[in-house]
Design a protein around this ligand. Structure first.
Ligand SMILES: Cc1ncc(COP(=O)(O)O)c(C=O)c1O
Length: 400
């Protein structure tokens, strides 16, 4: 009898966290490391949100709450969906968890039966396939191509659906590519889903507010109201509100599913941090003007990185619509050799050599299911980005 669960043999640890850990270890050892691996804004949580957290502590709002969220936060979430997405939900259709990650995990745990398939467009956020596996389901990957700017087509979606498909996970703007589906691109996908009534949509709208150049965010149940009864719309405050450490994510969808998710949460973590919930109420109800200010900074950084990486022979770097990532292809570098004689066989070797030789930490594309690429998170200072891209340029120029 083995001590550890057999389920663990189906999953791997998060590669993005592994890169961050490795970069931190090198830094601790005295190396000059620039981390472009972490998926979080470098901005501090806005003061009015911090103040709401402090006020909650002072007022003694420090006890357990209802398992899946306080009434005030659920109402703020309903108001947000109505105001920003034209979606009507009642508080009993809302679930609040410890980060978007827990929400997605709860939804999968609440619905997966052996043999159930989940469609995941690649490149994907690293956790989707492993969460599906942990929950006992089967991830089915639909690969997007660089030619389609890392977005899947309606034909691809249609071809991938089988009688066993339970969920289609949709993430726009995307981690890791930053690609955002326009309203009309999304409508083509929802038209396919209309023809397959057994397939549900889990939409991960975590980067909703981080979109640029006039890109208009759209979410499946908004684009196709007929999907409302089989859509779980997931979102959170982590990225846009610079609240990664507060751990608040949420979702709205059919009450039956929300009830099932609550059951899982009630027997695992119980309520998300009480203080963070009160801060999230302020994030959603309070002033939103800083979002546009932050986005101006993100656009400038995106353009800086795309410009510097596109100047490299062997790298192509599309301009993404949102999030704070770019996903350059290194197709033109595969097969080349580093100065220490290592052949760049794939994107993992590229990222490892880059980190070891230049101190720049990026995440290799295989972690996101589409190679040969790497992901750069540009949620760091212009100076750090300029220095990192200069080092990447020098490293690539030294390959023979
Ligand atoms: C696409 C996507 N979904 C969900 C999450 C999880 O967010 P949270 O920190 O709220 O758990 C992340 C975080 O990296 C993400 O990139």
């Amino acid at each position: 009898m083995t001590f550890l669960s057999a389920t663990l043999t189906r999953v791997k640890p998060s590669p993005t966290i592994a890169v961050t850990t490795k970069a931190q270890a090198l830094k601790a050892a005295g190396r000059d490391v620039i981390g472009l691996g972490a998926g979080e804004p470098d901005f501090d949580t806005p003061q009015h949100i911090k103040d709401a957290g402090l006020a909650a502590i002072t007022a003694g709002k420090t006890k357990y709450t209802a398992v899946d969220g306080i009434a005030e936060l659920k109402q703020a979430i309903c108001d947000k969906f109505a105001r920003e997405n034209d979606l009507r939900y009642t508080p009993d259709q809302v679930s609040v968890g410890s980060g978007g990650k827990q929400i997605l995990y709860n939804a999968l745990m609440a619905t997966m039966n052996p043999g159930d398939e989940v469609l995941i467009p690649a490149p994907y956020w690293v956790s989707y396939p492993d969460m599906v596996l942990l929950a006992g389901g089967e991830p089915r990957i639909v690969s997007a191509s660089p030619e389609s700017k890392y977005k899947i087509t309606a034909e691809q979606l249609d071809a991938a659906i089988t009688p066993k498909t339970k969920w289609f996970i949709f993430n726009s703007p995307s981690n890791p590519t930053g690609a955002g589906y326009t309203h009309s691109e999304l409508k083509k996908l929802t038209d396919v889903l209309l023809r397959h009534p057994h397939v549900w949509v889990m939409t991960d709208d975590m980067y909703e507010h981080l979109s640029y150049d006039g890109f208009e965010f759209a979410t499946p149940a908004q684009v196709e109201p007929a999907l409302y009864e089989r859509t779980l719309t997931c979102n959170g405050v982590s990225k846009a509100y610079a609240m990664t450490g507060w751990r608040i994510g949420y979702a709205a969808g059919p009450k039956m599913l929300i009830d099932a998710m609550r059951k899982i949460q009630s027997q695992s973590t119980s309520n998300p941090c009480t203080i963070s919930q009160w801060a999230a109420v302020e994030a959603l109800n309070g002033p939103q003007d800083f979002l546009a200010e932050n986005n101006k900074i993100f656009v400038r950084r995106r353009d800086l990185v795309v410009h510097m990486l596109s100047a490299i022979d062997g790298i192509t770097c599309p301009v993404p619509e949102g999030a704070f990532y770019v996903y350059p292809s290194i197709k033109g570098l595969i097969g080349k050799t580093t100065q220490n004689g290592t052949v760049i066989e794939n994107d993992e070797v590229f990222a490892t050599q880059l980190l070891e030789q230049t101190g720049v930490a990026v995440v290799f594309g295989a972690a996101f299911g589409l190679s040969p690429n790497f992901r750069v998170s540009y949620a760091t200072s212009d100076e750090a980005l300029t220095e990192a891209c200069t080092r990447i340029q020098t490293f690539c120029a030294s390959l023979v």
